[in-house]
Design a binder for this molecule. Structure first.
Ligand SMILES: [Fe+2]
Ligand SMILES: [Fe+2]
Length: 159
């Protein structure tokens, strides 16, 4: 689904001076980096194999986003981005899922904003596509929150 061909910055030289866009892409990279780390932990805490599998699929998308943004950052700046975990991973499944839902939902707007600011069709397409993925992720996390899996102990005591 991703556009894998590389693009040439020389065609978009005005971007080289757009430090604000670069700062935002750096932030997007760190957000993806943090999600990749935290979703690994969240998947381990998932109450069912099905939810764990969904979270690992979402994590795969975040890895693709990370790689695409990393490539864009390198092309714009000629240097590697600094990787920093932007927030600590939550220690419970419920708290982690809630934060994930909010982060995903907020990221949709953040990425569409980056796409709007950029004049580069490759950057626009990459961030628009990522925004659509994040919207999909947000819906999954909301589903996990609103349909909590009943644990086996609770089910047993009802008999
Ligand atoms: Fe992402
Ligand atoms: Fe996401």
């Amino acid at each position: 689904m991703y556009i894998n061909h590389s693009f040439h910055l020389s065609h978009y030289s005005t971007l080289q001076n757009d430090s604000r866009l670069i700062t935002e892409i750096q932030r997007a990279i760190n957000d993806e980096y943090s999600a990749i780390l935290c979703y690994k932990e969240l998947a381990k805490m998932a109450p069912t194999q099905e939810e764990r599998q969904h979270i690992l699929e979402i994590r795969k998308d975040e890895k693709r986003h990370f790689e695409a943004f990393h490539q864009i950052y390198m092309s714009l700046t000629g240097t590697s981005p600094t990787l920093t975990q932007t927030e600590e991973c939550k220690s419970t499944y419920r708290a982690g899922t809630l934060v994930a839902f909010k982060d995903e939902q907020e990221t949709v707007d953040f990425y569409l904003d980056i796409a709007d600011k950029s004049q580069n069709p490759f950057i626009q397409a990459t961030f628009q596509r990522a925004a659509a993925d994040e919207q999909n992720h947000a819906v999954w996390f909301l589903f996990f929150l609103t349909n909590p899996h009943k644990n086996h102990t609770a089910r047993r005591t009802s008999f």
